[in-house]
Write a protein that binds this ligand. Structure first.
Ligand SMILES: [Ca+2]
Ligand SMILES: [Ca+2]
Length: 383
């Protein structure tokens, strides 16, 4: 359901596109771009998407990216051009928090053209679960995905449509694939070693399991995947330039976290959290010596974080080496400063919209995707 007043505002400079496309399918209309300075940077509105969820830039100097829409569409976006819909996306179980999720490139994309996607897959008896698949992106004679193969499945499939997480990140050397697997709003799976829910898993790019994973010797197909546990709803996963893996996750009522992810570490959910249950029931806060890894930063009240990158560009020199993430409920862009294993809150810019995804363009510009119908693709450059 599109909120017409909001969409007409967003599309005020591209009425024709609104009529033709419902202002949703990657309406990359250069004439609609507006630049207004906000807190030290200019923001240009570049295009609109329908419930955009994730974005990743392609190699090269032009701003060319793949963008997912939660309803199940994948677009090839190029600045100044109409976005092209990519065929061959698998059927997704759309609803609640699920549908089509993350998109990332193979570490060897320039040679193998392989793209990784995550989505919600329906199971039997009204159950569903996240999966990760990979396919070849053909941009030559067709714009389509070929030979899609599922390489990872969330286990078990459960009822409900929340907390899939399904964020994907490759290690800097390209050797390992990390997947954030949410606890599906079922609480206990985060501590249950016979489920890969509420975990971060570590695989090889083909989905096979590295023998040096921390629980590999327990000889169980699920345990052997697990890298870290005690997570809730992981909506951002990124390596920094020192090779450290960070995740952000939504806490229960407040207590959103950014964690430095380490092998075998237990991040405590649902036993400890700096938030509490939505029904008001207390969850003890993280405390020294409780046996759980405490977050490096947390938010109370909530930010409802979404998206996560480590900024490496030259366009905003003062952001170099920082984590950048969005806020959904918090409607903000956030910068966190990394100092070794320490993390501190540096900046929080109000964006007056739910921010779903953050990415760095090839020239170092920062790109944001807003959440929801007609969600704007916005480009930030220095003032
Ligand atoms: Ca991304
Ligand atoms: Ca608490």
């Amino acid at each position: 359901m599109i909120n017409l007043s909001r969409v007409s505002l967003i599309c005020s400079l591209s009425i024709l596109a609104f009529i033709t496309y419902g202002c949703s399918n990657g309406n990359a209309n250069a004439s609609s771009a507006t630049a207004k300075p906000v807190n030290g940077f200019n923001i240009e509105d570049i295009a609109n998407f329908n419930e955009p969820w994730a974005m990743t830039f392609l190699p090269g100097e032009s701003a060319k990216a793949l963008i997912t829409e939660k309803g199940g569409k994948l677009f090839l976006f190029e600045e100044g051009r109409e976005a092209i819909q990519i065929a061959g996306v698998p059927t997704v179980d759309y609803g609640g928090q699920g549908g089509l999720g993350d998109v990332v490139l193979s570490p060897n994309f320039e040679n193998d053209s392989i793209v990784y996607l995550s989505w919600a897959e329906a199971g039997d008896n009204n159950t569903r679960g996240a999966v990760v698949g990979r396919a070849k992106l053909n941009m030559n004679d067709s714009n389509s995905l070929e030979n899609m193969e599922i390489i990872w499945t969330q286990f078990p499939k459960v009822t409900g449509r929340g907390h899939y997480s399904y964020r994907i990140a490759f290690s800097p050397n390209g050797k390992y694939l990390f997947i954030g697997s949410g606890e599906r709003q079922k609480f206990d799976p985060s501590q249950d070693m016979d489920s890969n829910m509420g975990k971060i898993v570590r695989l090889y790019p083909d989905g096979s399991i590295p023998k040096d994973n921390p629980f590999y010797t327990e000889g169980n197909a699920i345990r052997s995947q697990i890298w870290s546990l005690g997570h809730r709803n992981i909506l951002g996963l990124a390596f920094d330039s020192q090779g450290q893996l960070w995740n952000q996750e939504m806490g229960p009522a407040h207590g959103d976290e950014v964690n430095l992810v380490k092998a075998k570490a237990n991040y405590g959910y649902p036993i400890v959290s700096n938030g509490n249950h939505y029904n008001g029931d207390d969850i003890p806060d993280h405390s020294e010596g409780d046996g759980f890894e405490a977050p490096k930063v947390f938010w109370n009240p909530t930010l409802a974080p979404s998206g996560l990158i480590a900024y490496t560009g030259d366009m905003f020199p003062e952001w170099k080496g920082s984590l950048m993430l969005g806020g959904l409920a918090g409607q903000a862009l956030v910068r966190l400063k990394i100092d070794g294993e320490k993390l501190t809150k540096a900046d929080k810019w109000p964006m007056e919209a739910r921010i779903r995804e953050v990415e760095q363009g090839p020239d170092g510009a920062l790109w944001l995707l807003e959440d929801g119908n007609g969600g704007k693709l916005r480009k930030l450059t220095p003032k």
